[in-house]
Design a protein around this ligand. Structure first.
Ligand code: ZN
Length: 433
């Protein structure tokens, strides 16, 4: 099933023509209506009339999260405030949050891209979707909600938390679609079992993952728990929210809604565009947004793009799953380490639970990584000798993956705190700031 064949299966030539037209409009609006762009583009001596091909986008300067923060709260709006009918905001754990503004048309487009995405995941109007993403300033909850309603699905806007009740509702209401972060999904599965409910018998058809880094191994684990397929949903508050890219039934990359968003990959070090399909930092541009057009935003997410036609029939390019962020790469003993590499190694081992924490310290001026992992109930009762054996095995696998030796500690089952939103995987105690 394809939600919008006209937009999702365009010939590339036609798509590029549409993209250029929309890019030109967007740049013109930003330049004329938003002082930030006017000033910045004038400084770079680049003007809307200089955009004559899609490649000309590379002439435009990048936009960073700091730029958006500096215009807090409403400095990036391109329309009169009375036309903005909804605002969302990123979490702002460091510094001021970024505010995202939406006109009615922007909300319609958001619903459209998410409707396409949920359809890609095999859901339709007969489905009941349980949305565990938070409703509030975070875009995760509402984005899914609008898309599901556009399709005509039944939405359970349960939001995050109340895990036992979630499981009960899942079972009683007969939810067929679930939206959660992978770590929360693991926790839901765990609680279901405690309540003597078999997740296999719930009749879940499809799961959507959002807002958290995960590995292919984690996907398999979740699919095994709920006995259905799980799909990646990508988006970010600055650009609208979830729906920038969603995986189709082939599970081989996320189709980017290219008529709405223009993706580029750059080398984060020298900022040059990468066009050969290799991995780099994703840069995104809103092509069709009224309230707050964002142009060449550096996402810090690491991915790659491929243009080959997908077997599902969509012609939209596919981006690979996000494998890291330029800023969550840990520099340990001079080596770049991504938490996802450690997760990958952990999921190769049976008899442990995929709940873990990575703790980085610097005693005596030397970096050390400790990985705390939960033993399975049965391993925990097998005693010290067996635990030591598994600890060594994990340490070896991680060393193979990241190239440095780490300390592995198996801890009691259920002793690592469960999170109802994004899991806290890394604790860096080195005070490097
Ligand atoms: Zn596809």
């Amino acid at each position: 099933m394809i939600w919008n064949k006209n937009s999702e299966c365009m010939e590339r030539e036609d798509l590029e023509e549409l993209q250029l037209k929309r890019l030109q409009n967007t740049v013109k609006t930003a330049f004329n209506k938003i002082p930030f762009y006017n000033k910045k583009y004038s400084e770079f001596n680049i003007f809307p009339e200089d955009i004559n091909s899609l490649n000309d986008i590379e002439k435009l300067p990048f936009l960073t999260k700091d730029d958006l923060r500096e215009s807090y709260p409403f400095g990036m709006f391109a329309v009169d405030k009375k036309e903005i009918i909804e605002v969302h905001s990123s979490s702002g754990t460091t510094g001021k949050p970024v505010v995202s503004g939406y006109t009615q048309k922007d909300l319609d487009i958001w619903a459209e891209v998410m409707a396409r995405g949920l359809t890609m995941m095999g859901l339709d109007e007969d489905d009941i979707i349980q949305n565990t993403h938070g409703y509030g300033l975070f875009t995760g909850g509402f984005g899914i909600h609008y898309g599901a309603q556009k399709i005509g699905m039944t939405v359970i806007p349960i939001s995050t938390g109340q895990t036992r009740r979630q499981v009960e509702i899942m079972n009683d209401f007969g939810s067929t679609g679930l939206i959660f972060t992978p770590s929360y999904g693991m926790y839901l599965g765990e609680v279901a079992k405690e309540e003597n409910i078999d997740p296999h018998k719930m009749g879940i058809k499809s799961i959507g993952f959002g807002s958290e880094m995960w590995t292919e191994e984690m996907r398999l684990k979740i699919e095994e728990i709920f006995n259905c397929k799980a799909f990646n949903i990508y988006g970010l508050t600055e650009l609208l929210g979830p729906g920038v890219g969603v995986e189709c039934i082939k599970q081989d990359g996320l189709h980017v809604a290219e008529d709405i968003f223009y993706p580029e990959i750059i080398n984060p070090k020298n900022k040059e565009t990468i066009k050969n399909g290799e991995r780099g930092e994703l840069v995104l541009t809103n092509l069709y947004r009224e309230g707050m057009p964002v142009i060449r935003f550096r996402t810090k997410d690491i991915t790659s793009l491929k243009y080959e036609k997908c077997e599902c029939g969509r012609t939209l390019l596919r981006m690979s799953r996000i494998t890291g962020r330029t800023d969550d790469m840990l520099k340990v003993k001079g080596v770049g380490v991504f938490p996802s590499q450690i997760e990958k190694a952990l999921l190769k081992i049976s008899r442990i639970e995929p709940h873990y924490q990575i703790i980085v310290t610097r005693p005596d001026l030397m970096d050390e990584i400790e990985v705390k992992v939960e033993a399975s109930q049965e391993l925990f009762f097998d005693g010290v000798k067996e635990m030591m054996h598994i600890q060594n095995k994990i340490a070896k696998l991680i060393e193979n993956e990241i190239g440095i030796r780490v300390k592995v500690t198996l801890v009691e089952p259920k002793s690592i705190p469960r999170s109802e939103g994004k899991a806290i995987r890394v604790i860096d105690k080195r005070n490097l700031k």
